[in-house]
Design a protein around this ligand. Structure first.
Ligand SMILES: Nc1ncnc2c1ncn2[C@@H]1O[C@H](COP(=O)(O)OP(=O)(O)O)[C@@H](O)[C@H]1O
Ligand SMILES: [Mg+2]
Length: 364
């Protein structure tokens, strides 16, 4: 495994609101390695966006960073630099990091596009400002990028305005803009959620192809586990502001250990399961205005242990790549297996897709 490009340690973030403090992020540790993709998954409100917005330092003004470091390692003029992004000013972030070294694609491409400016100008802008490129060099590279993201007739598209493109095409243009300055890290926050399934698949394929060519590191946020299986090397499962399980894609899909991950996987539609009978996790996530005692998932877990309501579980190590914060992994815990339906489903998927899946996963 290569060394991490980005290391988040003990990150805690609250928001000041008229109802009190919302403890949105409660001690997140996460590593992103060169050329790899980490997917962050979890229900809405679990803290996925807040985590990546903290990396870009684009949180709202009512945020409070209570603790943590976000160490970013990169090369500047052939020298290795390691910088805690939380120590930089917003201005330094804008000038040195955002767009240039870390770029972000949002769910709605219009967040990143200027409706009054041609596509060509928007792609060229960053290269001219950040990379001191001449107009003609930037133009040549913009055309190249449009081809890379699969836009036909790029010469003509350079002169188009965002409203003249479909949603899928706009998202491709955003990806081209984000790649223009050769960033080391690309963050995608539900970039395909608003797109139809075929376009979604194409964008995912595109991100993977670009990654093979450029060795860019990607953080991919989604609540769709089918997408995770397609794009990710590593998966971090978030619940109520914490990462409750992390591991390789195989660790998480074939050997999940946290009852919340069991619930998420059980509620994931797949071809072999009658989707009408799909499981939904009972209850709802805790209110982050209140202090959470013990395991935040305990009230929704039918098999919760007494200790789950009292004491927060630490991250237990399952293997060198796999960790989960559940008391079930304590040596004295009762042996509670994953739900039978999920067991059968995983066994079936492994049997059906087994060798093909393994091959597909090890393309790198
Ligand atoms: N600016 C804000 N003010 C108050 N609460 C916020 C703010 N931004 C996010 N939150 C809260 O932080 C929690 C995590 O949100 P978010 O990271 O957006 O979730 P998601 O996993 O869906 O991306 C939610 O409870 C959300 O309401
Ligand atoms: Mg979000």
């Amino acid at each position: 495994m290569s060394e991490p490009v980005l290391s988040i340690r003990d990150l805690s973030i609250s928001f000041q609101t008229s109802n009190g403090m919302v403890n949105a992020i409660r001690g997140v540790d996460l590593d992103l390695h060169k050329g790899e993709t980490v997917a962050i998954v979890g229900e809405s409100g679990s803290g996925k966006s807040v985590t990546v917005k903290a990396i870009m330092r684009i949180l709202s003004s009512n945020q409070m960073i209570n603790s943590g470091t976000i160490q970013f390692k990169y090369e500047r003029e052939n020298e290795k630099v390691s910088q805690d992004l939380l120590q930089l000013s917003k201005k330094e972030m804008r000038n040195r990091i955002n767009g240039k070294r870390i770029a972000m694609v949002f769910q709605d491409p219009m967040t990143s596009l200027n409706p009054t400016m041609t596509i060509g100008k928007q792609i060229m802008e960053g290269m001219i400002i950040h990379l001191n490129m001449s107009k003609s060099a930037a133009r040549a590279r913009a055309l190249e990028l449009l081809r890379l993201v699969g836009i036909t007739d790029p010469e003509k598209r350079m002169k188009s305005y965002p409203h003249q493109l479909s949603g899928g095409m706009r998202q491709r243009v955003v990806i081209a803009i984000m790649l223009a300055c050769n960033p080391e890290v690309l963050i995608c926050d539900e970039p395909t959620t608003a797109l139809d399934v075929t376009i979604q698949a194409k964008i995912l394929e595109l991100i993977k192809e670009i990654q093979k060519k450029t060795q860019i590191s990607v953080i991919y946020i989604t609540h769709d586990l089918g997408v995770v299986a397609k794009v990710a090397d590593y998966v971090a499962v978030m619940y109520a502001g914490k990462i409750v399980e992390k591991g390789t894609v195989n660790d998480i899909f074939y050997d999940p250990r946290h009852p919340y991950t069991w619930g998420l996987l059980s509620s994931m539609p797949d071809i072999g399961t009658d989707n009408e009978k799909l499981y939904t996790i009972p209850g709802s996530p805790p209110n982050l205005l209140h202090k959470i005692e013990g395991d935040a998932f305990a009230p929704r877990n039918a098999n919760a242990l007494n200790i789950d309501f009292k004491q927060e579980p630490p991250m237990f190590k399952v293997s060198d790549t796999h960790y989960a914060a559940t008391w079930l992994l304590h040596e004295n815990a009762p042996k509670i297996p994953m739900p039978e339906n999920l067991r059968h489903r995983i066994d079936r998927i492994v049997k059906e897709a087994g060798s093909a899946w393994q091959e597909h996963r090890s393309y790198k």
